[in-house]
Ligand binder design. Structure first.
Ligand code: ATP
Ligand code: MG
Length: 420
């Protein structure tokens, strides 16, 4: 009886070579863009103390209430696979005293995250984000730089059909007042609210605005707006952000009910959606989190950042490009040529030619078939006869032309070819 092979975990994906080149291309555009804005990469561990997320993301969020992969390890510590990156990066910022070393820290990451959600297109249990965190400035210029960096990365990816939605959820005073107002407004409709919204009503009413229910959205449309509760500083800050965005030609829509799902956000919040994706159309979410560093025990430090979903970016990516192909394939026949071929392949590779040769000791015919399958541009054929004459036959697979070249000139000849 054959054994049933073990399968991967639901909601996780293998990224196979026919897709991994697209990931690499995406990553390289991200890194290039980060470089232009002078953001530097930070890498944090895959797991953290569970308390980190409880104290930052907040117990009332979907992430903490139902999506975290948490466990107690053999030493009795409560650990969690990171479900988001802002808290780990803030933890590291504090722990490594980055704020003490530089007044401004501009960090980026490309990383794996873990959330136990219901898997569907564009929604996985292990997924990837790239994102940035800029610590140290409370001024609108950095809000705009962060948004510009997100939009510029998407532009470099040639993504179309994007919408940038923008809002400000104000400072603490503003939200305290708004919280009272929204509770007042929703109170008569409390019974009609979903269970989630009822819980949020009591614990964190602002998050009701995050609802996905159309009925509740309709109800909220006529309700109080956060903007009515902005302090004059909040208002000035937001106006300046909008003016600067106009100045650099970044189009945006005001979205008065846009709040971020996580508790630590303040003032500017934004989201980028794509009309090329179905239900999971959010590509990127971000905002300001001026209270987070202090909340985690660091010196009060303003911060702003965003995170963008890599799987969704790749789903929206319409570019039609191909992985790099092999250039040279060495076809060999006979025991006596084997060491020569291994040696020649190494020499070509040292000279930066993408080179393959047959490692299955197949017939010439199937080696030629393999060379075609791998899209090689030229084959170098060395059989016993060629060996005895110290020559190799070099064949152009697209034209079929072939030439005999003395062994010692192979490298020079290959260097003279119009290889792609
Ligand atoms: P959503 O409303 O789609 O659940 P979110 O508010 O939970 O998104 P964030 O925590 O802000 O998302 O994460 C930022 C981005 O990461 C999202 O805009 C999305 O592109 C991506 N993302 C979030 N959750 C997943 C997931 N489970 N699988 C794949 N991508 C995801
Ligand atoms: Mg979510």
């Amino acid at each position: 009886m054959s054994k049933r092979p073990i399968r991967s975990i639901k909601g996780t994906q293998d990224i196979l070579p026919d897709q991994s080149f697209r990931w690499q291309a995406l990553e390289s555009i991200i890194r290039d863009t980060m470089d232009k804005y002078n953001y530097h990469e930070i890498r944090t561990p895959a797991f953290e103390n569970t308390a980190l997320f409880l104290h930052s993301v907040g117990e009332e969020t979907d992430i903490v209430s139902k999506e975290m992969y948490s466990w107690e390890d053999q030493g009795g510590e409560n650990l969690t696979l990171k479900p988001e990156l802002t808290a780990p990066v803030a933890r590291s910022f504090i722990q490594n005293n980055l704020g003490g070393l530089n007044p401004i820290n501009k960090l980026y990451y490309i990383d794996s995250l873990f959330r136990r959600e219901r898997p569907q297109k564009g929604r996985y249990r292990q997924f990837h984000q790239f994102g940035i965190e800029a610590f140290g400035s409370e001024f609108p210029e950095i809000d705009v730089e962060v948004i510009a960096l997100a939009m510029s990365t998407f532009k470099n990816l040639e993504l179309n059909g994007l919408t940038l939605e923008l809002n400000s959820i104000g400072s603490k005073d503003c939200r305290d007042n708004f919280r009272k107002a929204i509770k007042e407004y929703l109170k008569p409709n409390f019974d009609k609210l979903s269970e989630t919204s009822q819980t949020r009503f009591n614990k964190n009413p602002l998050r009701i605005l995050d609802t996905k229910s159309p009925d509740e959205k309709r109800l909220l449309k006529d309700g109080p707006k956060i903007s009515d509760y902005w302090t004059s500083d909040d208002k000035n800050h937001f106006n300046e952000v909008c003016e600067l965005l106009d100045k650099i030609n970044i189009k945006f829509e005001l979205s008065p009910n846009l709040v971020r799902g996580l508790d630590y956000y303040t003032r500017t919040t934004f989201e980028v959606t794509s009309n090329l994706l179905g239900a999971q159309n959010a590509i990127c979410g971000g905002g300001r989190y001026d209270g987070l560093v202090e909340q985690l025990g660091g010196k009060p430090t303003p911060g702003i950042g965003f995170a963008a979903g890599m799987e969704r970016l790749l789903l929206a990516d319409q570019r039609n490009f191909e992985p790099t192909k092999s250039q040279i394939y060495i076809v060999g026949l006979g025991d006596s040529v084997r060491s020569l071929i291994v040696n020649l392949a190494e020499e070509l590779r040292k000279n930066n030619f993408r080179t393959n040769f047959d490692v299955l000791r197949r017939s010439i015919k199937s080696q030629m078939r393999d060379a075609n399958k791998l899209d090689a541009q030229y084959v170098i054929i060395i059989g016993e006869e060629e060996l005895s004459k110290n020559i190799a036959t070099i064949k152009d697979l697209s034209s079929g032309d072939q030439k005999e070249i003395p062994f010692e000139s192979i490298l020079n000849h290959i260097k003279s070819l119009p290889l792609k």
